[in-house]
Design a protein around this ligand. Structure first.
Ligand SMILES: [Zn+2]
Length: 64
């Protein structure tokens, strides 16, 4: 999914994602949680349609 790809690209600067249901941009996750293995889970809620979903971002060090 391109949406997930874009999220990972922007994740280093700031969270930015579009609502998976209506496309409204969401600038701040409602909830963020650090997981094991350098992962962070963001829970998002759309102000426009109240749709909630979550994403997991991997912050593991990658060789460039
Ligand atoms: Zn929405």
């Amino acid at each position: 999914m391109e949406l997930v790809h874009d999220l990972r690209r922007y994740a280093r600067s700031r969270p930015l994602i579009a609502c998976a249901q209506c496309g409204e941009r969401i600038f701040m996750p409602e909830w963020s949680e650090c997981l094991d293995g350098g992962r962070v889970r963001h829970v998002w809620r759309c102000d426009a349609c109240d749709y909630a979903f979550e994403t997991t971002v991997h912050f593991a060090v990658e060789a460039a």
